[in-house]
Design a protein around this ligand. Structure first.
Ligand SMILES: NC(=O)c1ccc[n+]([C@@H]2O[C@H](COP(=O)([O-])OP(=O)(O)OC[C@H]3O[C@@H](n4cnc5c(N)ncnc54)[C@H](OP(=O)(O)O)[C@@H]3O)[C@@H](O)[C@H]2O)c1
Length: 257
């Protein structure tokens, strides 16, 4: 059998010498991607609001010999975002992953809940990207926005979340267009249902099991299922990819309305 060409892999996916910041790194997908980017060679900056969680994840990464730092950051607070941009300095990769959901029929939803979802998922990604744009332009860097297949299809009770993620996909395209001449690439990832602490209990219920039957692969994704697409989008092999949205969902979008 032919051995793997490690030079080829590094030229396509390697992140050695890169500094990567992940929002929402205190849990779930963001915490997982911190390890993945670290293993690909990046120095990782973990951000979120809960610093105790971030410290625990940093310790885990350090124990694996990976380079990681912690910076508290609330994506809904411009002062917090701007302070983080000042503190972090040079940056090559920004992953806008922070997100919240809300379950309610649109006719019953409070303005407060609507605003929380949009301020975090859509405006938060813009706010953080704006703050780090000078650093990313200086490094000819890359932004990855974590959207969702609910930005493309809809289900009842998650209308605000779906609309915010649809907006994030279009924001991705607009940012890609505006930043292309500066050498900055901007792409989106649209995961299907991925097992994280936030939804593991739900998918163990009969309703969760019913929802899973709508997924052609009949399974929940795991955070590691996202690694190949993420590295393809932020790694050096993705130089000609910008304004794209990659779906990783076990075929779920094929059966969404
Ligand atoms: N899991 C799925 O099935 C799935 C599918 C498609 C898309 N996604 C998207 O993937 C992303 C991560 O989701 P997840 O499943 O990993 O959820 P999660 O475990 O609940 O993680 C959400 C993260 O967002 C952070 N966050 C929330 N509000 C924030 C704020 N105001 N400022 C900064 N950080 C904030 C949280 O950190 P703090 O609370 O510490 O601030 C946490 O680290 C989200 O954008 C979600 O919409 C998830």
């Amino acid at each position: 059998m032919q051995p793997i060409d490690t030079d080829f892999l590094a030229a396509t996916f390697g992140l050695g010498g890169k500094r990567a910041l992940i929002t929402g790194a205190s849990s779930g997908i963001g915490a997982h991607l911190a390890g993945s980017l670290g293993r690909a060679g990046a120095e990782v900056i973990l951000t979120a609001r809960r610093s105790d969680k971030l410290d625990a994840i940093r310790a885990k990464l350090h124990a694996q010999g990976l380079s990681a730092h912690v910076q508290t950051l609330d994506v809904t607070d411009a002062a917090s975002v701007d302070a983080a941009a000042q503190a972090v300095g040079p940056l090559d990769i920004l992953i806008n992953n922070s997100g919240v959901s809300s379950e309610a029929m649109l006719a019953d939803m409070s303005e407060r809940d609507w605003d929380r979802v949009f301020d975090t998922n859509l405006k938060g990604a813009w706010r953080v990207s704006r703050a780090f744009a000078p650093a990313l332009i200086a490094s000819r860097g890359v932004i990855l926005n974590v959207a969702s297949i609910l930005g493309m299809g809809v289900l009842k009770t998650v209308g605000a979340y779906a609309a915010s993620k649809a907006g994030l996909i279009q924001l991705t395209r607009a940012m890609a267009l505006e930043l292309a001449q500066d050498g900055v690439r901007v792409n989106a990832l649209a995961p299907g249902y991925i097992e994280t602490p936030i939804n593991a209990a739900f998918f163990a219920t009969p309703q969760g099991a019913k929802m899973l039957r709508g997924v052609p692969q009949r399974r929940l994704g795991q955070p590691a299922d996202l690694d190949a697409a993420v590295l393809a989008l932020v790694g050096p092999g993705g130089q000609f990819t910008t304004g794209a949205t990659i779906v990783v969902d076990g075929g779920h979008t094929l059966s969404l309305s």
